[in-house]
Design a binder for this molecule. Sequence first.
Ligand code: MF3
Ligand code: CO
Length: 257
Amino acid sequence: MSVSIKSAREIELMRAAGKILAKVHENLGKELKAGMSTMDIDSLGDEIIRSYGCIPSFKNYNGYPASVCVSVNDEVVHGIPTKNRLIQEGDIVSLDIGVIYKGYHSDAARTHGIGEISKEAALLIERTRQCFFEGIKYAKEGNHLHQISNAISAYAESFGYGVVRDLVGHGIGTHLHEDPQIPNFTQRSRGVRLKAGMTLAIEPMINAGRFDVEWQDDDWTVVTQDHSLSAHYENTILVTSGEPEILSLTEAESSFL
Ligand code: MF3
Ligand code: CO
């Protein structure tokens, strides 16, 4: 397995892509309202991505038909937007978005509550986000990949949550998916040694119930087998010799650092 190390010039482009993606999430997240269709969300997202001079990287990726993955409640990831699926007060909606800027990819996901949501749902969203921050504490030159995976799963499992095993994070750069794969669950083998200049998409997918998932008949939408709620939080990060740089963090989230 070879993990690419980005040059100073590539890092600048990855920073620019991440900054735009953070803006896309900010702008689209603000527009979510009960009564919108998941297709309305995708159309708006597509428009915002292009307004920044970017290409939506998911559109037509392995046949995926939309620019934004919209996954509601027990849908974990890769929900396909449709005009008949209306989001409702109390729903939780995960938006996963990828952009390409001057040939460089950035990938990030957020889960939003629509109007007033249950305590259980709010905690799941918050703790899934914290899983990411627990994981990246170990994203530093010289550490091994499994330290990130183990920190994410230990935190999630401390609440009795299920850590999705069938999907993983990934390296990212001139391609959406590069080496290495980044599992969110405990790994016995330590995996690659991290080096400054690696860019990684770390993306815990956490279920309120069991970790088991299944694919719906559209061959994309992943749902929890027990129909428990699921949340997703993802950023593209840059590994350095010190603290990692979170390339797709929104301004509002800088307080989490
Ligand atoms: N964040 C997801 C991933 O990294 C999104 C991919 S959706 C797809 O795999 F449509 F592009 F497949
Ligand atoms: Co990803």
